[in-house]
Design a protein around this ligand. Sequence first.
Ligand SMILES: [Zn+2]
Length: 151
Amino acid sequence: MAFFKKFLQEFKEFALRGNVMDLAIGVIIGAAFQAIINSLVNDVLSPLIGLVAQTDLSYLVLTLNGVDIKYGAFLTAVINFIIMVFVIFLLVKGMNALGSLGKKKEEPVAPTTKKCIYCFSEIDINATRCPHCTSEFILEESMEVDQNEEL
Ligand SMILES: [Zn+2]
C-alpha cells in the first residue's frame, strides 16, 4: 500500500509539473489554431486564388500500365502547403506588430556608473573616491586639466 501511495504521489507530481501543463495547453491551442488556418486556407484563400489561377490540379493523372500516378494531387498539396506557410508568415508578422504596438521605444539610458581605473569596480559616476580600493579620482582629473592648460 505504501508503494502504491508513493507511485500515485510520483504520478501526481509528473502530471502537474508546470511544463507538462504548458505543453498540454500548447497542444490544445495549436489544434484550435490549426483549425482556423485550415478554414482560412481551404474556405477563403483557395477559392479566391482559384478565381485568378488554377490551384486544384488533381485532375492531372498519368496512367502507366494501368497504374494511376496522381502527380496533380501532389502538386495541389504542395501549392496548398505554400499558401498555408505564407498565411502563417503573415499572421506571425501581424501578431508581432500588434505585440509591439503598446510598447514605448526604449531610450538609451545615460550611464549612472563608471569603472574605477584602478580596481575596475563598478562605482557611481559622480564618485570622486572608489569605495572598493579607496583610490581618489579628483586629483587625477585636476592634473589632467593642469596639463591641458599648459598646452
Ligand atoms: Zn577602485
